[in-house]
Design a protein around this ligand. Structure first.
Ligand SMILES: [Zn+2]
Length: 61
């Protein structure tokens, strides 16, 4: 299943069409708040990892 997650293990993405599905957090460099490219904060449920191989910190849930 995880092989289908955008951003997993360094795979490319997420792309805009994938922002609504589970994906690995990808910081938006244009977001001063440090949100993901999908517009959600790190702790959003759709984020399965903080970075490839890095789990979401409990403090962000
Ligand atoms: Zn996101």
């Amino acid at each position: 299943m995880n092989a289908d997650v955008p951003g997993w293990e360094g795979s490319v993405g997420p792309f805009p069409s994938q922002y609504g599905q589970p994906h690995v957090y990808a910081r938006d460099v244009h977001s001063g708040a440090g949100n993901c490219v999908c517009g959600q904060a790190l702790g959003a449920r759709r984020h399965v990892q903080a970075a490839p191989g890095v789990p979401i910190p409990d403090s962000s849930r």
